[in-house]
Design a protein around this ligand. Structure first.
Ligand code: HEC
Length: 154
């Protein structure tokens, strides 16, 4: 609902800006409205290298083990599974976020925290920007498989 009213505000700004010399002002005002510069896909799945919905399988135990090892060495200093730490608890993150969102957060954390409405909210809450951990897309996929596997455990 909030999103819809933001959208109508933006259209109003765009319509009133049209044809006048304040066009630039109107579009920069529209950009400042949360979410306005993002597509529906980006709002749900984040911004970064993953631009399509994906479903990562949790059948590949080797990949899950690889993800666990990377998580322990590059993420566990800030993230625990059940408790809030430097960053949010991640044991249930795959129930809250899509696979693409998790991967974009891992692969593009600074843009997520500086520009994306969900990233901005997280940064406001945790006050620390998540640094890029120098992981490849394959690594991010393995970590995401591991996080989904953890969420599936009873
Ligand atoms: C230096 C601390 C730090 C490290 C290391 C770190 N993170 Fe984060 N992470 C954060 C913080 C803080 C946030 C909240 C967003 C922000 O402030 O940028 C976050 C947010 C996230 C989110 C979004 C959670 C949500 O609720 O939507 C995911 C997913 C995530 N991190 C995964 C990882 C993974 C996977 C790694 C390892 C590759 C990692 N993080 C490494 C601090 C860290």
């Amino acid at each position: 609902m909030k999103f819809l009213s933001t959208l109508s505000l933006i259209s109003l700004l765009l319509i009133t800006g049209c044809g006048s010399s304040d066009n630039d002002e109107a579009s920069s005002a529209a950009k400042q409205a949360p979410g306005s510069e993002f597509t529906a896909f980006e709002l749900e799945h984040g911004i970064g290298p993953i631009t399509e919905e994906i479903t990562i399988s949790t059948d590949d135990l080797e990949k899950i083990e690889k993800g666990r090892l990377i998580f322990d060495s590059k993420c566990a200093s800030c993230h625990q599974m059940t408790e809030r730490f430097v960053g949010p608890a991640l044991g249930d993150v795959s129930e809250r976020r899509s696979d693409a969102f998790i991967m974009n957060m891992i692969l593009n954390p600074s843009d997520m925290a500086r520009k994306h409405p969900e990233g901005l909210k997280l940064l406001a809450e945790y006050m620390t920007p998540m640094p890029f951990q120098n992981v490849t897309e394959e690594d991010a996929r393995a970590i995401t498989a591991y996080l989904k596997h953890v969420a599936e455990q009873p």
